[in-house]
Design a protein around this ligand. Structure first.
Ligand SMILES: [Zn+2]
Length: 474
């Protein structure tokens, strides 16, 4: 029997108790990245919170199957089918083919995705693998009268639905109806402003690199259709939880529901999980504001990617989170102290099962109660402070890490091994680092470089980070 599990269901605008269709099993779909550029740390926040959701569900006793798409075609620079094709823009920017761009940024995405402790989805499917499925769904929507062709393209007819704006309150619906896309150039083929493209044949992207034959002419799919099809291909006609960022609620998830439920003729997904934005001081983090801040960039600056995960876990997934290097520095300090505390624990004594169970229950209540990650971390600290032996504490750290994935034991072990460095060598390294700092201060960069080279020769690599110089044996 799984532990009671609640989270905020965007569809009903409230925290609800989760109940899957099949006892003990969860089918989950996640909107994946559009691989035309790097995923910034705000995108990665979304995937971290989804990872916590999956692991918390598993902690509660569920068996989770998760599918994610990779958007490598069809996503225009506005989610509402206008602007440039993102993949094509990426290819032009970097003088590469669309497929080269897709491969490069898919790899870069997973490098950062893995680095922050996320578990890979059970299925990852690129959109370009599923063209026959898209064509089939578009055809069924046309046959059922939910779609029409105009100007060579196929559109979904949103006027056929009783309630298109499924996620919105009555007030929001009115606002959306007034405001919907008044700010962008209008596609005169559309019967209703909210209609969206299912299949493009005629568009301004004559040089679109990826095109496929279809009953409506050579073209390519719209963005929204891919998530409905890829989800159904691997998870069937029903899914329990659909995840994304709050950005996806409208129009992407709204359109996914419109086409999926019109195609299926029944409800498709009962629970919708959305995590909020990461902001910097200027506002929402985005790729259009110049250099993209990625997890890899944080790593180059000397931050452990798990420190970024820890930073995200300290705030609730439904609240916007403000990022700054000062805040990350603070979290890095807290994380290092935590690792040190864990490193000091000795595997002595017998695990006290009663105490262990008591803390596990408190931890379950936190993570299964609308994903209260900051409370879960408090439980971890309480366990470390508890009046019990080290063996019990170590067992709890290991247990909680099934959800937190902060690799506290691994880092503690590495710290222990780091301490085993020959004291003479360590003294030499510290001296060299301070000599180098003095040389740099005196703008004697030749000497500073020579000291770095001398250290390298002895197998010591140094890195300048925001927290000072760090060294490691290589
Ligand atoms: Zn999607």
């Amino acid at each position: 029997m799984a532990h009671k599990f609640t989270f905020y269901n965007t569809l009903n605008r409230k925290v609800e108790e989760f109940s899957p269709r099949e006892e003990g099993k969860v089918s989950m779909y996640t909107c994946g990245p559009t691989v035309y550029h790097y995923a910034h740390i705000g995108n990665i926040r979304t995937y971290i919170m989804q990872d916590v959701l999956i692991k918390a569900l598993e902690y509660a006793g569920y068996d989770v199957k998760r599918v994610m798409n990779i958007t490598d075609v069809g996503h225009l620079s506005s989610d509402a089918d206008t602007g440039e094709d993102k993949m094509l823009a990426g290819a032009k920017r970097e003088h590469k083919t669309v497929m080269e761009i897709a491969k490069f940024y898919t790899d870069a995405f997973f490098k950062d995705f893995d680095a922050v402790g996320n578990k890979r989805p059970d299925v990852v499917e690129p959109a370009t693998n599923c063209i026959p499925e898209f064509i089939n769904m578009v055809q069924v929507l046309l046959d059922k009268g939910f779609a029409y062709t105009a100007g060579g393209n196929v559109y979904f007819d949103t006027s056929k639905l009783k309630d298109y704006y499924v996620f919105s309150s009555e007030v929001e619906k009115e606002e959306l109806q007034v405001g919907v896309r008044d700010d962008v150039e209008e596609d005169t083929n559309k019967r209703n402003k909210t209609d969206f493209v299912l299949w493009f044949t005629k568009s301004k992207f004559e040089d679109q690199a990826l095109k496929w034959d279809s009953p409506w002419g050579v073209g390519y799919p719209g963005w929204h259709i891919e998530c409905s099809c890829i989800s159904m291909k691997h998870l069937g006609e029903y899914i329990d939880i659909h995840c994304g960022g709050v950005d996806n609620i409208f129009p992407h998830h709204t359109n996914e529901i419109a086409q999926s439920e019109s195609y299926l003729g029944h409800e498709w997904c009962k629970y919708w999980f959305h995590s909020n934005h990461l902001n910097d001081r200027v506002g929402k983090m985005s790729k259009s504001k110049g250099a993209v801040l990625t997890v890899s960039v944080l790593k180059e600056k000397g931050y452990d990617p798990l420190v970024y995960r820890f930073f995200c876990l300290q705030s609730h997934y439904r609240k916007p989170l403000e990022f700054s290097f000062e805040a990350l520095d603070n979290v890095a300090g807290v994380y290092n102290k935590l690792v040190k505390r864990v490193a000091e624990l000795k595997p002595e004594g017998q695990v006290d099962e009663t105490v262990k169970k008591q803390f596990e229950d408190a931890f379950s209540d936190a993570v299964c109660g609308d994903l209260n990650t900051s409370m879960a971390i408090t439980v971890l600290y309480d366990a470390l402070k508890a009046d019990t032996n080290d063996a019990t504490k170590l067992a709890l750290v290991e247990n909680f890490d099934k959800v937190l994935s902060l690799d506290l034991l691994g880092h503690a072990k590495a710290l222990g091994e780091g301490n085993e460095v020959d004291p003479e060598l360590e003294a030499y390294i510290l001296d060299a680092i301070s000599r180098r700092a003095e040389a740099k201060k005196a703008k004697d960069f030749a000497t500073a470089d020579a000291i770095r080279a001398e250290l390298l020769e002895k197998g010591v690599e140094i890195k300048d980070t925001r927290e000072g110089v760090k060294w490691q044996l290589i």
